[in-house]
Design a protein around this ligand. Sequence first.
Ligand SMILES: Cc1cc2nc3c(=O)[nH]c(=O)nc-3n(C[C@H](O)[C@H](O)[C@H](O)COP(=O)(O)OP(=O)(O)OC[C@H]3O[C@@H](n4cnc5c(N)ncnc54)[C@H](O)[C@@H]3O)c2cc1C
Length: 499
Amino acid sequence: MSTAFEQGTLPLHADAPLVTSTAFETRMLPSERLERVWAWGMADSAMSYVYRPTTVAGIRAVFELAKAKGRTIALRGAGRSYGDASIRSEEISLDLTRMKRILEWDADKGHITVEPGTSIRDIWQYTIEDGWWPYVVSGTMFPTIGGAVAMNIHGKNNFAVGPIGDHVLSFDILLPTGEIKHCSRLVNTGLFHAAIGGFGMLGCFTSITLELKKVYSGNLLVEPISTSSLAEMMKVIEERESTADYLVGWVDCFAKGDSLGRGLVHQANYLAKGEDIKPAQTLRVENQELPDTIMGLVPKSIMWRFMKPFVNDFGSRLINAAKFHSSRLSNHRSHLQSHAGFAFLLDYVPNWKWSYKPYGLIQYQSFVPKDKAYEVFMRQILLQQKYGLVSYLGVFKRHRPDNFLMTHALDGYSFALDFKVTDKNRERLWALAAEMDKLVIEAGGRFYFAKDSTLSSSRLHAYLQEERVQKFLSLKRQCDPDSLLQTNLYKRVFLSQNG
Ligand SMILES: Cc1cc2nc3c(=O)[nH]c(=O)nc-3n(C[C@H](O)[C@H](O)[C@H](O)COP(=O)(O)OP(=O)(O)OC[C@H]3O[C@@H](n4cnc5c(N)ncnc54)[C@H](O)[C@@H]3O)c2cc1C
């Protein structure tokens, strides 16, 4: 039986002011629109009224509906943010995934204009045979370009090419005021630098033009480098950052003593023109696709079930140790790997997150200036071990600063940690995150909304600093005077008085 809330007849927030029954009726939306919308990590979800328009007029109509009903809207792409960045409890979810047309493609210049719901996968599959690859991709190919630009995503090459925003040539954005603004580095530059990374709080991208990278082969040359400590990992990265196109580290967070922070770095480089003798073949989409089976036998769609017995402390300790020891065997053995194979490692096992059921996972990623990174990240590993809450996957990246208002990047390193959530550990996990936050803030570090689940309002103010927060909020008031665009993340870190 549906509840009064599901029928759309109850007040929708615990903190909503008392309103009359006429006001309830004004706020009512069709109950058949109600769906459970999930954070990617599955540790959070919300019941929302979901609308999936296919045109700009359709987005505008949802904006008008929300205004008429006194509702707020969470913009949503593919829902690949780990936490609550694209969910909003009991309000409207505006899902852009049906707006995925490729509007223009210039194969001479490598410039592409797409609708916001076009995925990273749609783009590379469309352009690679012409010899173009996106400058910046995430560890999964499924995010939409609207979501990727709203978070200003980074890749394993952030130290070399910056975030995706550095490769956005222009975009159109529909503001809640009803205006469409065209923005680039020449026009509406303030909005350009704030909406990129503005986590969907200023307006809805309706089209985005990107520049892509010319590639002369469908393969990269990849070298694994085993590292016995975090200090060695950082040394390897620093020695190679001027010549590498991509660098990414994996860290075994279970290792102790002299092995604390041990891991594996992968360096990848593009092939120069002429190095690949059959580029037309390696650049074909089917030669990029990730295989559907493991060793031609086990369908990958069921692999998450085999992973499940290892998604606990004992199993993950074993897997991490095995990965480190096997990395010794392949040390410095360079090999060719497709762009998709190298970039989208996290897509190898479809729905691997289901092995974290029933309570899901959160990711904690912090960014720390270069000179403080070693100390902060070593202390983060020790803290995890002290709490008995050790990340099952630790990923280490090198970053460079950029010019976007809400940037998460800096001249330093980031450490991304995947934590299993259980019914018993939730409170301690949030306490561990708060302790790790303190280290990051003291070191002048930053956080990343695409990954966040635990940041508090006071810690947000501490790391972003008041001037930046006020600048963003002032822009929000101009673009969105009725505060139509809101997510649970925005509410938690900007509107909440707690923590
Ligand atoms: C396995 C995995 C690996 C990942 N690896 C990386 C990585 O390597 N680097 C990295 O940077 N990130 C990474 N991410 C995070 C992911 O790239 C970002 O969260 C990205 O924003 C997801 O895009 P989405 O389309 O799913 O957007 P959603 O998660 O649905 O939304 C993200 C934000 O964009 C806003 N938004 C969505 N559409 C629009 C629009 N049209 N206009 C304005 N705002 C909009 C939403 O309101 C929200 O604030 C990873 C995520 C996963 C699950």
